[in-house]
Ligand binder design. Structure first.
Ligand code: DC
Length: 234
């Protein structure tokens, strides 16, 4: 795989829903001046597009065609990254709970995964990148120089998601949030194609009792150590 390893590394961050991957990945990308690729947002875009076009999330051919043709791009807006689908800002729309479930549903389909895989690998090859998802360290970027598997207890992940939904003005009962997360994780880890899994060479970090900035500093430290190692051996 052609890659400029002298000054840049690829950082893969995987983990279950609401483990804090997105926030940590964004902070690390900002600190290192790297691109941030939120692959969950890509699956969410396909889930959203299928819903809008009335294509069932079980229709592999229909969803695969949507994934193959989808035009998804990311743009920084200050400290946040906005997601565009066919040129329209869908950053808010894709965060809805039912779109998270639709994303997990279409992510089971091999046709959808292979369409997004090509786009994700191309983005990963472009240079310094932090990419988060479920299969980044195992399938998308198996040669990433740094792999993180970020976990947190189910209760803590549900609490974070519950607080986020309340803040956004779409509150939901904590028990409901917890069972939705549990169901989605079971589907993501149980599918046969590229399931949620920790790569053998990933560093496992438990964020249950740590803030996103504490975890981000830890990941940044690991990244800088990898970069120093590359410079020392080049
Ligand atoms: O990270 P997230 O919650 O935004 O991801 C939404 C769904 O997309 C997740 O439940 C499973 C799927 N997904 C995936 O299968 N592979 C990835 N690399 C990223 C997300």
């Amino acid at each position: 795989m052609a890659h400029n390893s002298e000054r840049h590394i690829r950082i893969a961050i995987d983990g279950p829903a609401s483990s804090g991957k997105g926030t940590v990945a964004r902070l690390v990308a900002r600190a290192l001046g790297y691109a941030y690729v939120d692959t969950g947002a890509m699956y969410r875009c396909i889930g959203l597009a299928c819903r809008r076009r009335g294509v069932a999330v079980t229709d592999e051919v229909g969803c695969g065609a949507i994934a193959a043709q989808a035009n998804i791009h990311f743009e920084w807006d200050g400290e946040v990254q906005r997601v565009f689908l066919e040129g329209a800002d869908v950053s808010q729309a894709i965060r809805r709970v039912e779109i998270g479930q639709a994303a997990s549903d279409v992510a089971v389909l091999p046709g959808v995964r292979s369409a997004l895989l090509d786009a994700q690998r191309a983005l990963g090859d472009a240079g310094g990148v932090v990419m988060d998802g479920r299969d980044i360290g195992t399938v998308v970027l198996p040669e990433a120089e740094l792999k993180i598997f970020l976990v947190a207890s189910l209760g803590e992940r549900a609490r974070r998601r519950w607080a986020e939904l309340a803040k956004r003005g779409t509150p939901q009962a904590l028990s409901e949030v917890e069972s939705e997360i549990e169901m989605r994780d079971a589907q993501d880890a149980g599918r046969s194609t590229a399931p949620l899994a920790q790569a053998d060479d990933a560093v496992r970090i438990d964020s249950t009792h740590a803030s996103p900035s504490e975890v981000a500093s830890q990941v940044e430290g690991l990244a800088r150590a990898r970069l120093d190692g590359l410079v020392a051996t080049s």
